[in-house]
Ligand binder design. Sequence first.
Ligand SMILES: *[C@@H]1O[C@H](CO)[C@@H](O)[C@H](O)[C@H]1NC(C)=O
Ligand SMILES: *[C@@H]1O[C@H](CO)[C@@H](O)[C@H](O)[C@H]1NC(C)=O
Ligand SMILES: *[C@@H]1O[C@H](CO)[C@@H](O)[C@H](O)[C@H]1NC(C)=O
Ligand SMILES: *[C@@H]1O[C@H](CO)[C@@H](O)[C@H](O)[C@H]1NC(C)=O
Ligand SMILES: *[C@@H]1O[C@H](CO)[C@@H](O)[C@H](O)[C@H]1NC(C)=O
Ligand SMILES: *[C@@H]1O[C@H](CO)[C@@H](O)[C@H](O)[C@H]1NC(C)=O
Ligand SMILES: *[C@@H]1O[C@H](CO)[C@@H](O)[C@H](O)[C@H]1NC(C)=O
Ligand SMILES: *[C@@H]1O[C@H](CO)[C@@H](O)[C@H](O)[C@H]1NC(C)=O
Ligand SMILES: *[C@@H]1O[C@H](CO)[C@@H](O)[C@H](O)[C@H]1NC(C)=O
Length: 447
Amino acid sequence: MKRQLIVALVVAMLFLQRGDAADCNTRQNITGPPNNFPINTSDPTFIARVPNGELFSVGTNGTDFTFLLHVYGNSGYDFGYAAGQLLKKEMTHVLTNAWAYFLSQIEEQINGIAHHYNISQQIVDLISEIGLEAALDLQNDVAAQFVNPEIYAEMQGIADATSLSYDMIRRIHMIGEITRGACSLYGAWGNATKDSKVLQLRALDWDCGAGLQDYPLVTIYHPSNISLGYPFANIGWTGWIGTLSGMSSNKIGISEIGISYPNYPPYFGDETYVGIPFVFLERQIVQYGKSVADAISIISDANRTCRLMLGVADANAHTARLVQYSHSEVNFYDDTNLEPLAWWHPRIDNVVYAGMDWFCPFYQHSMYNQLSMYHGSLTPELSIYNVTSAVMTGDLHLAVYDLSEGLLYVGNHAPSWDSESPFQKGYERQFVRLNVSYLFTKPYGIN
Ligand SMILES: *[C@@H]1O[C@H](CO)[C@@H](O)[C@H](O)[C@H]1NC(C)=O
Ligand SMILES: *[C@@H]1O[C@H](CO)[C@@H](O)[C@H](O)[C@H]1NC(C)=O
Ligand SMILES: *[C@@H]1O[C@H](CO)[C@@H](O)[C@H](O)[C@H]1NC(C)=O
Ligand SMILES: *[C@@H]1O[C@H](CO)[C@@H](O)[C@H](O)[C@H]1NC(C)=O
Ligand SMILES: *[C@@H]1O[C@H](CO)[C@@H](O)[C@H](O)[C@H]1NC(C)=O
Ligand SMILES: *[C@@H]1O[C@H](CO)[C@@H](O)[C@H](O)[C@H]1NC(C)=O
Ligand SMILES: *[C@@H]1O[C@H](CO)[C@@H](O)[C@H](O)[C@H]1NC(C)=O
Ligand SMILES: *[C@@H]1O[C@H](CO)[C@@H](O)[C@H](O)[C@H]1NC(C)=O
Ligand SMILES: *[C@@H]1O[C@H](CO)[C@@H](O)[C@H](O)[C@H]1NC(C)=O
């Protein structure tokens, strides 16, 4: 009981620090200016090679720079060790800064939260005493039985190659479970898109203070044994192996939205901390799933934890689903039964979508306006130039998947050393394009 309470309190603290979360009570029409930067479609530039790993870069430092990492191997440990060797400096920077940042946020807010949640001084003292580390270890204790052991092996590989603390790496991955960003997504197919492509958006609005954006990274995993799944792309930051955005060689894509405003029917069920952290559930889907049907059964059967929306699109099945997700409930929607159904979130043929949150009328409606206006002409380019910029969603990170063509478009917030740039937010900055249909099949040893 005490354990659950402590984890719950740490969760509550991390909730409060999300100053960047969307204001779903706004009554302003949301319309930002278009993004006019040309998408960078240059080929990746080779940087370095180690056993089981190759590092490339795409784009230009200061505008759209992203690392591209290939990892090959027979185990999670192989992946992690190769990644750690190639990105030691960057992982050390990102992980130690992010850890220090989260720790300081917690300490700052411990008293505010006690007041906000009417928590007794005795419990505040207990949290101060056991600290964030112990609370995250308790979270890991209740989650570990649901997590693929290869994930922990990958963290160990990173730790061994970088000399970073394994415990710190594991704890940072548990923060992922207990913080939930506002975000936006869509899946579009058939006559909603130009040339009937299957397209998917993930726009991540989260805390930009942790410096995660300093070294953006796309990792292409090449398992050499089917027991480790299929080739897939994990799109995020150096040092982070959970999946918030992912695209697989089986032509399925995954995206996610954390829920802060659930109070509109159909209602979400309850939450728990005992289950699979959603970032590893998403990874399971892109790593092992072969189809949207697989994704539906993985999600249905999982010991789910918190309230989320997930987007899953599948170019082979030529469709997408929005998933309303919680510990006790799960609902799968397509374009014919999409929820929530309200004036601010109408259904659109061959589209599932959500703007920022569930009960978030003006953002939801802004997303509706853009997607209905471009129905029939939607492309990844238009999505980047005129959809996410207009909805002003994706301040930290964005990815657009052209699942039909195997193309991935990525944008990120300005790095923390570039706080003077007039374009800070991901949706207003330059994007890069990667040909993942080629990258998934790229053998080791070829630049
Ligand atoms: C929002 O847009 C609607 C329809 O375009 C308009 O009727 C309404 O006045 C606008 N509201 C605000 C606050 O600008
Ligand atoms: C894309 O990035 C490459 C590598 O830094 C650079 O040479 C090229 O000018 C960039 N292209 C655009 C359109 O920004
Ligand atoms: C980009 O430039 C900044 C500032 O000079 C530097 O700190 C950073 O390490 C560079 N990033 C890469 C990937 O080279
Ligand atoms: C706060 O907690 C105390 C003791 O548990 C309780 O008596 C009081 O009613 C609570 N106040 C609020 C506003 O919930
Ligand atoms: C788009 O396709 C749907 C069926 O998937 C159909 O009901 C609708 O009329 C079509 N819309 C247009 C504009 O062709
Ligand atoms: C694939 O992995 C399984 C289970 O870990 C193992 O038994 C098998 O020997 C591996 N096959 C190859 C070719 O490495
Ligand atoms: C996981 O979920 C299954 C049912 O989906 C349930 O039988 C099992 O008890 C759950 N495990 C835990 C530890 O809650
Ligand atoms: C996208 O926005 C730009 C700038 O507002 C505009 O010129 C362009 O026509 C828009 N694209 C479409 C297809 O409407
Ligand atoms: C992506 O790579 C595939 C396979 O190498 C190739 O057929 C396709 O033309 C490439 N697409 C683009 C847009 O370059």
